[in-house]
Design a protein around this ligand. Structure first.
Ligand SMILES: Cc1cc2nc3c(=O)[nH]c(=O)nc-3n(C[C@H](O)[C@H](O)[C@H](O)COP(=O)(O)O)c2cc1C
Length: 186
């Protein structure tokens, strides 16, 4: 797939199933991730790759976190939290490890991880896999980092649900560029 076709056709499929990328494919995908723009080359991005029994571990953590840290969770919502990790055969937890720096604030370091996440989505798409980016209650919350046994300089910024696209294809919208772009020529 050429680069522009990849960019123009990436999408979040309705369902993800096996197969997942091989170890060698993931090595290349992480190299692509780490080519993301990164002010002062602080290398803030960390990825926790969750598969197999790791999904059970994540499900247990989500459930414990919801019981201990969230208010007014209904039984139905609790079931959803418990089941969430099983919506894909692989989950990549997106983490920024923040370095104190006089010119590079925390937000820039998290943005670098966000661009790394998009590189992962594009690299997956190039290899005929796909990902769905999700956040929700288990992101941007210092407490969740503790549940992952991460030190307080880590920020969990989201989750990429990864697999092979299945289900019906989604129609990609054609957007009117004039609504999004302003030109200053003088
Ligand atoms: C930072 C971020 C957080 C997101 N969180 C969620 C989420 O929690 N749940 C969800 O259904 N979609 C979430 N999305 C949106 C989906 O990943 C996806 O982009 C959206 O459904 C549009 O589909 P498309 O990627 O095929 O255009 C998030 C996107 C971003 C960039």
């Amino acid at each position: 797939m050429d680069a522009m076709t990849n960019l123009l056709t990436r999408n979040s499929p309705r369902e993800l199933s096996t197969p997942i990328p091989s170890k060698d494919e993931m090595l290349e995908i992480y190299q692509a991730a780490l080519r993301a723009p990164d002010h002062a080359w602080l290398r803030p991005s960390r990825f926790i790759e969750v598969t197999g029994a790791g999904l059970d571990k994540l499900s247990k953590i989500f459930t414990e976190f919801a019981v201990n840290e969230l208010q007014d969770v209904t039984p139905l919502q609790m079931e959803k939290y418990k089941a969430a990790p099983y919506r894909a055969p692989m989950i990549i937890i997106l983490v920024s490890q923040i370095t104190e720096h006089p010119k590079v604030p925390k937000v820039e370091q998290m943005l670098s991880t966000a661009t790394a996440a998009e590189n992962i989505l594009l690299a997956l798409h190039a290899k005929n896999y796909a990902g769905i980016w999700r956040t929700g209650k288990f992101s941007f919350n210092q407490k969740i980092a503790e549940y992952f046994n991460l030190t307080t300089d880590h920020e969990v910024i989201g989750y990429l649900y990864v697999g092979t696209p299945s289900g019906t294809n989604k129609k990609i919208p054609q957007l009117d560029i004039d609504k999004f772009v302003t030109h200053w020529k003088e």
